[in-house]
Design a protein around this ligand. Sequence first.
Ligand SMILES: *Cc1c(COP(=O)(O)O)cnc(C)c1O
Length: 470
Amino acid sequence: MKWDEFGAWGARVSEWAQAYHQTVGDRPVRARTRPGEVLNALPVAPPETPESLEEVFADFERVVMPGITHWQHPRFFAYFASNAAPASVLAEFLAMALAPQCMLWQTSPAATEMETRMMDWLRRALGLPEPFQGVIQDSASSATLAAVLTMRERALNWTGNSEGLAGNDRVRIYSTAEVHTSIDRAIWISGIGIANLVRISTRGAGRGMDPEALEAAILADREAGMLPAGVILCVGGTSTGASDPIAACLEVAERHGLYSHVDAAWAGSAMICPEFRHLWEGVERADSIVFNPHKWLGVQFDCSAHFLKNPDSLVKTLAISPEFLKTHGADGIINYSEWSVPLGRRFRALKIWFVLRAYGLEGLRARLRNHVAWARQLHDRLAAEPDFEIVTQQMWSLFTFRYAPEGVADLDALNLRLVNAINDDGRIYLTQTRVDGAMAIRFQAGQFETTEADVMMVHDVVTEIARGLT
Ligand SMILES: *Cc1c(COP(=O)(O)O)cnc(C)c1O
């Protein structure tokens, strides 16, 4: 294929994408593919000679499309949303056409300076105070890994990278058991070891970390000759939206000189609305905060906003050329690859710029407020059904519920059957989770094109299918 065919193909793909998005609601949300079906439809060996794009495109429709789960479907209520607003898709198209590597300022000054400005726009949008600066990471998992490495190096007086961990005091990190699995993996990869991720007990219905238990654990570890290094807190956990009491836990972390990281991957987007910020009150005391515009804000994957109160510790941990530190911030040049684990970086700031300008903060706030209000209506309607119960309270646009008709002994099996039947039906897509060991069905609203009618359909589909189960 040559560039002189690109314009026509670009136009055709754009038309296709527009039609897809305008009719995606007619498709079953979850793919109905059986394991191996797509694999077997693909030739075993690569082609030796060129094929026409016409053939490739026809196979895309034939082979790929039936195997796609439609994350941009307005009735996608599973996991968390992974939005790709049209303005974001256009920005990605441009970024892909340029395909710059954005590791150093000089490898694309526009990308670096756009990233600085966009992270500051997001800082203002979330109501975070001035000292915070930001970097765009590829995922929340990467941001958390960078934060954990920083905790380790800071506690080891910057000797971990050079000497390794053997012979050093045991580095200890604190979190509850409710945090995302990306925290476990960051602990593995950092060499700290999962035995040194201390699970602090929770208290209350909110399942948040008990700050007194945190303090006791830090003191006990110090007493035992270990090295308390950092605290990882969560705002809006993946399973039920559980959040730690941020102000109280950060006060303990600060008093004991621990580095703190707040994982608000999903719920961080909600903080563009001042009325949702009380659930992370005190967050300005954190050293590091991550949230994913690629979940609820309309900016497509991958785009993780990582804020740092002072990037020096992170840069000292990850910069590969130590002399860089001497000019850091002084001459206005930032090399963002020194702020992250991967060297190569895509031009991710462009899609934030397009989305914030195309929708405005007011447009984005209106969407999020609708999602929360519609989730509340659905919550109230299900709560009013005699054979349904709410399992965990609504957190932003997320709550869990279960079907609990009288006289059924095995509610777990019944609810698992229900989720499977709902997803086979195809009109909506929900996922399940476990709460205190028992099965619950999870609902979250967050897709960019979702309407009130889409959310209300969940009530009808769920009650209809549940009562039809025999
Ligand atoms: C989605 C999510 C993550 C992981 O995000 P990635 O960007 O996919 O790494 C981490 N923590 C929480 C709370 C999440 O919801």
